[in-house]
Design a protein around this ligand. Sequence first.
Ligand SMILES: [Fe+2]
Length: 307
Amino acid sequence: MNSSPIAGLGYVVIQTEDTDRWNVYAESLLGMMQSRLSLPDGMSAFRMDDRMARIIIQPGPNRVASVGWDVRNSAAWEDLLHRLDRAGVTYDTMKPEDAAARGATEVVTVTDPAGDEVEFARQPFNDAIDRFISPNGVRFVTGDQGLGHFTKAVRNYSECVHFYLDVLGFDQRESIDIKIRASFSGPNPRHHSIALIDGDGHTHPHHIMVEVDALDDVGRCLDRVLKGEAPLTVNIGRHFNDRMTSFYMSSPSGLQVEYGWAGLRVDAGTWVEYAQGGVGGASLWGHQPAEAAEHGAVSGGLTRAVD
Ligand SMILES: [Fe+2]
């Protein structure tokens, strides 16, 4: 069984040059619900469930500003801080008002070995009174599997894998060491909450994945993408490792969003860590790159960063 103090992927802070477009995209295409979380001017937050903030939008140059991980409980919080101390990872504690704007009671921030801002949140805010109702009628798969997963190419692959596996205590579920290097790991039953790809000296966010509970909702979203509501980057297909049936599109800030259904839920106690032994590709079928794909050659949702 895993012993990570982390419960799962809690929230993602997306910085965008066009907050209006991202707000429309989150609601009308992804089916997320605007949150009543109190935020500074120009920012917004979106819900996928009872949690008050799953996607947080802030104005500025396009980038993933931060990725937030939920910590299980107060004992796990102490465990996390000890783990960071032992590994020599310095952390900053957010002011309570800033933590509240992340939808959590307490937040610490670190820089991971890729140079990216990573946050850890204790006691996230729930709003079960104003219950989650999707503008599209979709239902997201979250709960003990967290928000979904985040995939990025990293310039110092081995150090990053060490950080997520050894410092944070994620279980590695699968790795690829032939042609490309990639690590798929997580702290909960979702097959992977983070995927790290060797970026050949470059760090670049690749995508976030959100999962809905009906294949028809993936198809309906794809229909709207094909009508031009967002650029398609990877066509529909089914992944080899997490069995997700999904497609990828470009969000208004350029970050790709994978929209999926029926991802594999693993039993951490019996799961055997696999390696993809050179069979090639990341998909059982489909996932062909679309013309709009950016950031180099895309293969089944995996990419090598080129900038
Ligand atoms: Fe993915």
